[in-house]
Design a protein around this ligand. Structure first.
Ligand SMILES: [Zn+2]
Length: 241
């Protein structure tokens, strides 16, 4: 473990526990058991217009998945929360987001829920996979099994955030494999943020190749200008603490 990993994984969470629990946005005191963001501020996160999701689905233009669910706009407040979840170990945020996601999908449709895997090296560095955390909570809320062994990421792809659409598709080619028999399975596949959809689509392709009969995609958020080349969600952009 290098110094930065020690800070991120050990020191910072301890410091955060010692600090008074205030909402990251309005600074009000959080109710017992609540972490990071108060319910009022969380409920104010703007939802994505439904017609935009249709546009995004048309844009991805895939034969590998059926329905697409996206809940939030990628605005500055969402960006703050997803940063805290992905890079700062504020894991309780995954549960708040999962509740919103679970409210948008029909649980009767699925045999299980899964998430987009990280490459094992990246997962070891981060200590967790935020998509699995969200998917696990969604499974709990919907009372459907969560399976984190369906897809494996075999290529440690470079970050997608600075790549344009064509490069992203190229980047995730052959990045995922599955060796599990998925005959007649109906699967809900979850990721945190969807941009061009190339990562989720590559996973959906693998699931269909293994025999899945239905794959629906669910993501927390997408930027309204999803064709932009640079999403700027790397840790360097975080300036709140
Ligand atoms: Zn607040």
């Amino acid at each position: 473990m290098n110094l930065s990993t020690i800070y991120k994984n050990i020191i910072e969470p301890v410091v955060s526990i010692a600090l008074p629990a205030l909402c990251v946005f309005c600074q009000s005191q959080l109710e017992t058991g609540r972490k990071v963001v108060c319910k009022q501020c969380f409920d104010k996160l703007p939802h994505l217009p439904l017609n935009f999701i249709d546009t995004l689905k048309d844009e991805i233009n895939s034969a590998y998945f059926e329905d697409l669910y996206v809940v939030y706009q990628f605005n500055p407040e969402f960006k703050t929360l997803i940063h805290l979840l992905k890079y700062n170990r504020f894991l309780s945020i995954a549960k708040y987001f999962a509740k919103s996601l679970a409210a948008t999908v029909d649980s009767q449709r699925y045999d299980f829920v899964t998430g987009v895997p990280l490459h094992p090296i990246k997962e070891r560095e981060r200590g967790y996979n935020q998509s699995f955390l969200i998917a696990g909570h969604v499974g709990n809320f919907l009372n459907i099994p969560f399976n984190d062994k369906v897809i494996r990421r075999v290529k440690n792809t470079t970050s997608q955030t600075t790549l344009n659409r064509d490069k992203r598709i190229e980047n995730v080619k052959q990045a995922f494999i599955s060796k599990i028999d998925l005959q007649n399975k109906r699967i809900l596949l979850i990721d945190d943020v969807i941009t061009t959809g190339s990562t989720l689509d590559a996973c959906a392709q693998v699931l269909k190749q293994q025999g899945a009969i239905r794959v629906d995609l669910a993501a927390l958020s997408t930027p309204m200008n999803f064709l932009q080349n640079n999403l700027e969600i790397e840790p360097a952009g975080l300036q709140i603490f």
